[in-house]
Ligand binder design. Structure first.
Ligand code: AMP
Length: 198
């Protein structure tokens, strides 16, 4: 939604890794073993992917989705941004309850080609699982499994939640209630981006 609305380049390591897996590269296959069990992929791999992506697409602003997810990644990101003489404008922390996480994961469908995300209950996608943007196949993710979810939540608690205190003193941090519907959440994010670019 951010790319479509603001024409800012967006990437997510999860998307890159799923593409690598579909291409059956050694990196994609190795990372998929970790991801499908609910674990986080090593910091070195993730930072390497992000640096490569920034070099190719990061000239006119960028958004990361699902990065950084560990303190090491956050520290390395700071170093990378300093090297590029750029700053972190916004850090968006989407707060969701475990109940919301369970519900979203149980019904999530994702476009294999462009990453568009929707749910089985939205707009009849269950009947015709085709992406409205690129005609790619809408599929269930192999890590969206209730049995894997507990590991993913534990990884989040141990490795990602500490980032909240890391960014707490940074004015860029904004906490957003992610339990609401997509349009309400996007309206908050859009307002922050608009205010920031004024
Ligand atoms: P996502 O699409 O953001 O839910 O990510 C899917 C999976 O990719 C995660 O469960 C991890 O295994 C891996 N992954 C994505 N982003 C990161 C990251 N920043 N650090 C480590 N692993 C990641």
């Amino acid at each position: 939604m951010i790319t479509r609305h603001f024409a800012i380049a967006v990437t997510s390591p999860g998307m890159i890794l799923r593409r690598e897996r579909d291409l059956e590269t050694p990196l994609g296959l190795q990372a998929d073993e970790t991801s499908k069990q609910g674990g986080l992929v090593s910091d070195e791999i993730i930072i390497h992917l992000i640096e490569d992506w920034l070099n190719l697409h990061g000239q006119d602003g960028f958004v990361f989705d699902g990065f950084p997810r560990t303190l090491t990644q956050a520290q390395r990101l700071e170093e990378i941004l300093t090297k590029r003489e750029t700053t972190l404008d916004l850090v968006l922390w989407l707060e969701v309850s475990e109940e919301t996480v369970h519900d979203r994961i149980a019904g999530r469908l994702q476009c294999r080609r462009c990453g568009f995300t929707t749910s089985l209950t939205s707009a009849g996608f269950a009947a015709r699982s085709v992406c409205p943007y690129c005609d790619g196949p809408l599929i269930r993710r192999n890590d969206d499994d209730a049995s894997v979810l507990q590991t993913r939540l534990t990884e989040f608690k141990n490795k990602t939640e500490p980032l909240l205190s890391y960014y707490e003193k940074n004015d860029a941090l904004h906490r957003i209630d992610g339990n609401r519907d997509r349009d309400a959440v996007f309206a908050d994010i859009a307002a922050l981006i608009e205010n920031h670019s004024k």
